[in-house]
Design a protein around this ligand. Sequence first.
Ligand code: IMP
Length: 197
Amino acid sequence: MKLVFATNNQNKVNEIKSLLGEGVEILSLKDIGCNEELPETQETLEGNALQKARYVADNYNVNCFADDTGLEVASLNGAPGVYSARYAGEQCAAEDNMTKILSELDGKQNRESKFRTIVALILNDEEHFFEGRIEGSITHSKSGSDGFGYDPIFQPNGFDITFSEMSMAEKNAISHRGKAVAKLVAFLKEESPNSSL
Ligand code: IMP
């Protein structure tokens, strides 16, 4: 089975390749000659993941999946959510996004939040969705220097360190994306029982 991962993030491609073994061949956008910016104009994670996967499936005639992730902060009514990448403005850096959240939560008791990832898969023109989530809280200041995005201010429940202070393996084992990808991998293994997975 050949499957395109509709992302420009090579780290994500490598991660899923290592999880799937040889039964499923994962191709990147580059592998299929797609250098376009994929449309991502929906107002939900599900909508965006599906929009990206659908665009590639339809225009390149392939089976394909895409992911979309958001940080949802309870006392900000679920913001930044689908706008997580550009919360502090179109060209903003991760630092700006974190600073904005910390100042919006200043003085607020409830710091509950969660990361949610949706993977949308289009396989033989059928749509499938896989969700992974991790609950936690927003810290009072940035802590740690590893990872990316909101990692320095997100502390998963049951831990006294942020995502940014964990090893990559430790984070992947409990993360939103890790869980969504694990569900996708389990589904693909069921779909291709005769493969060498
Ligand atoms: P994407 O859909 O994977 O591109 O994620 C959208 C945005 O959510 C990113 O630009 C980050 O700001 C944030 N994000 C996604 N995953 C993580 C994570 O594992 N840690 C911290 N921030 C993340």
